[in-house]
Design a binder for this molecule. Structure first.
Ligand code: NAP
Length: 540
């Protein structure tokens, strides 16, 4: 038998790295695990039965054995009898064995796995807090070292065309609204006041609950051992790198204010990395989390207006707003800047003396990098291609900076109406002659996918023109690469993101983002779009 180590209550939050393929295939990632990862969870339903002794020796970590059943979102194919035999065998070799409430708490298993090695878990449909409490009570009837409660709503794929652009799209799942369901496990933790309960909301919308749960006493935070999205076992599960670099875990400094990004999707955003690293640098007791909200109205009611987060000790002070909610956010703002009124959209909401004030910093994302590199805007000819929220904000900011500004759009009526409202000129995209412009902005989503065509003919740009591409991804976009090859000055989407985040940071905190942090964080960590392709089979 192996030593189970001191009781969990004696430790601060532990990071648990989930392994989803045989250890020998993940050897490099295991070797790179940061010190702060205390445990490896072997998902035997995905990785097979790993050699626990070899893995413990290679990793220096304690091990938990999990065979997530299909009923609970995993891929265990064994009969119940065989499953129980494997669990019992794992009890000889692993420090902890995950036993599912619904199927594993039988005498044949419990008589052979001692209390100190039991982790009793439940993964199921989202239910009310009261129902979660009774579930936990049921679990606690069986003595164990740790209890894990993970309710989830089944979610529409936020990256699908059917849902991602529609303002208040359909949400499938139980009867509770999404934010109510996501808040329930946090309320459970707060009420339980115990240090042997791990509870968070599964799924993409519940991502942020994983970050706050340890502040309510949850002793563990699960994360994917490998960064590769194909190795992430559950929708909404972050990687170890993400938890450490973007959210500063396992450190839990006191939290005086919570900020966040609301959108659909939201988990792909680099904003948490930017804001949180700046908080750390400045010693600000704040945290910034992504809220992936299926319906803005539900989010606003439960998470914002009812102040349920405030009640849990996380006062929500500000929000970044992204697609498709900028117009709705403008509608709910209690006050708005003249620029926001003109755009009828906001990407920033801050709560001041109980009033949510709206602002749009999207335009700063374009004009600030241009100003930083000495591009004169007054009297220059600028064209923004794309008349969506970002394009309109860019056009207004360029016009306000004195540029002779044009808006070009594929859909003529939409583009013309937007240009009229902003007081800039309009040209249908098919009639655009790029050669006469000094500044050309791509504000269409073209470039997000590898096989996207260019939004315009790059060869038509004047050699001294500056290209601004709002699109960003893991690699430079093809548009910016070709423009650079041709010797054009280029502002890429990451620069745009940084510049608008810098302005948001000033509005939200009253402080400037430290200069180093504007540059450094985005270059670390590699892939930032890993959340997009999560498998939907597992709930955790
Ligand atoms: P949006 O509201 O959906 O508007 C998209 C615009 O692109 C519309 O005008 C649309 O024209 C046009 N468009 C879409 N597909 C097109 C195509 N195949 N050919 C020509 N035009 C096309 O989007 P948004 O919020 O303005 O954002 C636009 C892009 O900017 C997105 O990729 C977004 O991620 C990016 N963005 C980046 C940052 C940053 O910080 N880097 C900030 C904001 C936005 P129709 O009117 O004809 O549909």
């Amino acid at each position: 038998m192996v030593d189970s180590g001191p009781p969990l209550q004696d430790r601060s939050t532990q990071l648990v790295a989930t392994l989803t393929r045989p250890p020998e295939q993940a050897a490099a990632a295991i070797e790179r695990l940061p010190e702060s990862v205390g445990w490896i969870e072997v998902r035997a339903d995905l990785a097979g039965d790993a050699d626990a002794f070899a893995l413990r020796e290679a990793s220096g970590r304690r091990l938990v054995y999990t065979r997530r059943s299909r009923e609970e979102g995993g891929d265990d194919e064994l009969s119940l009898g065989e499953r129980h035999e494997r669990l019992v065998a794992a009890g000889e070799r692993y420090e902890l064995v995950d036993l599912e409430l619904e199927r594993d708490l039988v005498p044949a298993v419990l008589e052979r796995i001692p209390v100190g090695r039991r982790l009793v878990s439940w993964h199921g449909d989202a239910v009310s807090r009261q129902e979660l409490e009774s579930r936990l009570e049921e679990m606690r009837a069986v003595p164990a070292r740790l209890y894990k409660v993970v309710p989830s709503r089944s979610e529409a794929d936020p990256s699908s065309a059917a849902t991602s652009r529609v303002e208040d799209g359909p949400i499938r799942g139980g009867s509770a609204s999404e934010p109510e369901a996501d808040l329930a496990p946090l309320a459970l933790l707060a009420a339980a006041g115990r240090e042997d309960v791990v509870a968070f909301a599964g799924g993409r919308s519940g991502f942020w609950t994983r970050l706050l749960a340890p502040r309510l006493g949850a002793p563990w935070v699960y994360a994917a051992l490998e960064e590769d999205s194909a190795r992430i076992a559950a929708p909404g599960q972050p990687s170890v790198r993400c938890l450490v670099e973007d959210y500063g875990l396992p450190g839990l400094p006191p939290l005086e204010a919570l900020f966040g990004l609301v959108g659909r999707p939201a988990l792909h955003s680099l904003s948490p990395r930017l804001h949180n690293s700046a908080y750390r640098e400045l010693g600000l007791p704040f945290l910034y989390v992504p809220f992936e909200a299926g319906r803005f109205a539900d989010f606003w009611l439960h998470t914002v207006e009812k102040r349920e987060l405030d009640d849990l000790g996380f006062p929500l002070r500000g929000l970044s707003v992204t697609t498709p909610y900028k117009e709705t956010a403008y509608a709910v703002a209690g006050a708005a800047s003249p620029r926001a009124h003109r755009l009828e959209a906001v990407n920033t909401l801050v709560r001041r003396e109980g009033v949510w004030e709206g602002e749009s910093t999207d335009g700063d994302g374009v004009t600030r990098p241009l100003a930083d590199r000495g591009v004169e805007l007054a009297s220059r000819r600028a064209v923004v291609v794309g008349a969506g929220g970002a394009g309109r904000a860019a056009a207004l900011a360029l016009a306000n900076s004195g540029a002779e500004t044009w808006l070009a759009n594929r859909t003529v009526e939409r583009g013309r109406a937007a240009a009229e409202r902003l007081g800039v000129s309009f040209v249908p995209l098919t009639e655009l002659e790029l050669g006469s412009f000094d500044i050309v902005v791509n504000a269409t989503p073209l470039g997000m996918e590898e096989d996207d065509p260019f939004p315009f003919e790059i060869g038509d740009l004047a050699p001294e023109a500056t290209l601004v591409d709002l699109v960003y991804g893991t690699e430079p976009t093809a548009l910016t690469s070709v423009a650079r090859e041709r010797g054009l000055a280029v502002v890429d989407g990451l620069e745009v993101l940084r510049a608008q985040a810098r302005r948001q940071f000033e509005i939200m905190t009253g402080r400037s983002m430290p200069p180093d942090e504007r540059e450094a964080p985005l270059r670390t960590g590699g892939e930032e779009t890993w959340h997009h392709r999560l498998p939907s089979t597992d709930r955790r």
